[in-house]
Design a binder for this molecule. Sequence first.
Ligand SMILES: [Zn+2]
Length: 383
Amino acid sequence: MPEPIVVVLLPLTPLWTGDAGQRGSRIRETGLLGSLRWWYEAIVRGLGRYACDPSDPSSGPCVYDENKSLASICLACQLFGCTGYGRRFRLVVESNGDAGNPVTVKSKQSQTYFESLNDRTKHRGWRIPPNVAGPFTLFVHPMRPGALDDFASAAIYHTLRFIERYGALGAKTSHGQGVMKITDWSTLAALMETDAWIGAVGVRPAKAGSNPQPAPNLSDFIGATVTLDAAATSKDNWWQAIPLTGLERFSFGTDPSWIASAPALRAQLRGWLRNNANFPGFNGDLRTERHSRMGTIQAPVGPKSSDIFVTHLYKAGDQWCMRIFAFVAKNGSAVALAVRAFLADPAALKPEIRAGLGAIPVEVATFPTDVRGLLTGEGEKEV
Ligand SMILES: [Zn+2]
């Protein structure tokens, strides 16, 4: 058998790869594969190629046709497989420990809001895994010799690298889970330079077509890394300022490496999306727009996942950070354009995030706004 590619990942916030109701929380290969594919589709679409959406049967997932060969399936299916065409690799995870059974956290801001509506029942809180597990190892086994050429291996590299810099891995990523750092790339890094790989994406034979809508596309990706004021976070128990109920159920100790803070920021963003003053010229139904951006289980918009992602707070070196990012179409509604402008503007983001965290001062560095920059990290401010 060909040698596997070995990559070591360190979760910075709990990594969740289970189903919604699933007890326990060991890292599941299927959950990682689903997440990797989802991000790779976004990259492929962002680079101007077609990627089908296998989660939506109506969008026409690829089916391999012997006569047309690779031109019959999209670049994502060429790596992750589809009907008639096998996945190029097998993923095996070796890990110790797990994320534990989720704990409920409630936002004080959301509680107040629902109480103001005389509706206490609506705010059920967020279920957050209590543990960040230790490092784990990914073994990427080619299905047979030659099944993973340099292009395919580089595709895995660039997907992981992007997630490490700007995204999050696994499930529940819009609610804080899945920030990770890669501590050992072994042979994966050196296979293909970013520009060469981007060039190859443009010319590889693959199915053409217009991309499914809506579907994540890196050209719609926008976001920022937030860093917390070092003086504020050097005080004992500084995170108790974050307006959440339930944090006491986590064993953060005196020197935590993460804080389950995402619900507080999501509540703040919902508040921002409720404020008509943020959307001059918009006369539509702001509630529908809010549900569509932040996700909802309620009809008629839902069930729909969130387009806006907020990570928990995590420690990178000595620095406390979080990320906020979103897929919002550049040619969308007036609300979409306002959300894009907001996420691109540190001066607008800073006071909202500071308020969401209970008055902890922050700095904001926006992500690169072009797809190449997102893949190379150029234009990024390292934290
Ligand atoms: Zn496909």
